[in-house]
Write a protein of this length. Structure first.
Lengths: 269, 150
């Protein structure tokens, strides 16, 4: 029954401690801080990440050669970011509680609990690569896949398009990292590093609407208000339709660019 | 590619795909060269995001200068005889003492080659940023100023 579901964060933390015998959130948070710092350092040392940084200029040059000198990269110094513990805990809450249709039984694949949850949450570490044009997204996805192959690394990719107007490519790099367990012994655990590739225009809007997306993801009870899609003043209306429109605009910009090129080349009309 | 040319492209931090493009254009246009190229130069600038951008490739031989405009997107070349044929040079410098270039240094010069029948419209423009300013200064001193028409 949905009414039995704990709320986030206090009830959920209590549920974790009492029902699942997981240490208190304070202890988990301290452990998480150490583990993720170590994971960030380890990922930063990988051949894949170093190759990515070293190759951005080459990718940009390669793209320019195929696009009449339009540049690819909009953000030149991507950083590895650590998911804050609260966001991490919220994500496990969504998996264990909010989207768990079998509640109070475990969700498909089992409870999201320590120590495995570090492996299962796929964006403990993440970065964002920002490109100027829509066709730069698949271009960069292909380059990073090739880079991962050269580095013998595990990398999966998906093109995300959501009803709430969110569009991006998400790549997941997975690597085994030596990290401390809850008892501070060291273990080797596979950690996932999410690489989001988005366009400059979407990145700007994502930052503007960050609070909306965050709230929407976390809340278990958030229901879109009735007829939100006619209420142009609602957050839902603005975020959703702005997202879809900007995706369309992103596409049109590339379309116009390609048409201009054909006219200049004399390959059209 | 001439080792000196490659050295220069490395000095201005040109990415590999552009170097390969330059090499291809140098080879493709080689049958048209009036004389063997002795020196290469690439106009560059830093854009609003402080990213180095490359524009035109110039080649200098004993008597000529050759320009490949917008080499990233185009395949074109033009030729100008410069020996005793420079009619006007205007030099603009920014943060450059004409000795040691810094990251902020910029050097541009432009003017006319050959008779322009009384017009003052420049028909060449070379510009450089950061360490490329030193290379451009050498070209100004060695190839343009000595060739100003009497």
């Amino acid at each position: 029954m949905a009414s039995d579901k704990p709320a986030f964060p206090a009830e959920y933390e209590n549920w974790l401690a009492t029902e699942r015998k997981v240490p208190l959130a304070k202890t988990l948070g301290a452990h998480y801080a150490v583990v993720t710092l170590e994971a960030e350092r380890a990922i930063g040392e990988t051949r894949f990440w170093k190759g990515l940084l070293a190759n951005l200029r080459n990718y940009d040059a390669e793209y320019q050669l195929g696009s009449d000198a339009y540049p690819l990269i909009a953000e030149w110094e991507p950083k590895i970011l650590i998911k804050p513990f609260r966001s991490f805990l919220e994500k496990t809450y969504r998996k264990n509680v909010v989207t768990n249709e079998k509640w109070p039984d475990p969700p498909e694949g089992g409870w999201w609990l320590p120590p495995d949850w570090l492996t299962r949450v796929n964006d403990v570490l993440r970065t964002t690569l920002v490109v100027k044009y829509l066709d730069g997204v698949p271009f960069l996805v292909d380059r990073l896949k090739a880079l991962a192959k050269d580095a013998n690394a595990k990398l999966s990719a998906e093109y995300v398009s959501q009803q709430d107007g969110y569009y991006a490519a998400h790549l997941y790099y997975r690597d085994s990292v030596a990290i401390p367990k809850l008892d501070w012994e060291t273990e080797s655990r596979e950690i996932s590093f999410e690489i989001q590739i988005t366009t400059q225009i979407k990145d700007v809007i994502k930052r503007l609407l960050h609070s909306f997306y965050e709230t929407q993801r976390v809340s278990s009870s958030r229901v879109r208000p009735p007829e939100w899609n006619w209420n142009y003043k609602s957050e839902e209306f603005v975020a959703t339709y702005l997202g879809h429109i900007l995706h369309y605009v992103d596409g049109m910009i590339v379309e116009v660019r390609e048409k201009t090129r054909k006219v200049t080349d004399g390959t059209s009309l | 590619m001439e080792p000196a040319f490659e050295r220069y492209l490395n000095e201005i931090a040109m990415p590999d795909p552009f170097k390969q493009r330059v090499e291809k254009l140098l080879t493709d246009f080689a049958p048209l060269y009036p004389q063997p190229p002795q020196q290469i130069f690439v106009t560059d600038l830093f854009d609003a995001e402080n990213v180095r951008r490359y524009q035109n490739v110039w080649l200098f031989s004993q008597d000529f200068m050759l320009e490949m405009k917008n080499f990233i997107a185009s395949e074109q070349i033009d030729f100008m005889r410069i020996t005793n044929n420079i009619h006007y040079v205007e030099v603009v410098k920014v943060d450059f003492d004409l000795k040691a270039a810094t990251q902020k240094s910029r050097l541009t010069f432009y003017g006319t080659v050959g008779s322009t029948y009384g017009t003052s419209t420049p028909n060449y423009l070379l510009q450089a940023a950061a360490n490329n300013c030193t290379h451009l200064l050498g070209i100004l001193r060695d190839r343009f100023l000595p060739n100003i028409a009497a």
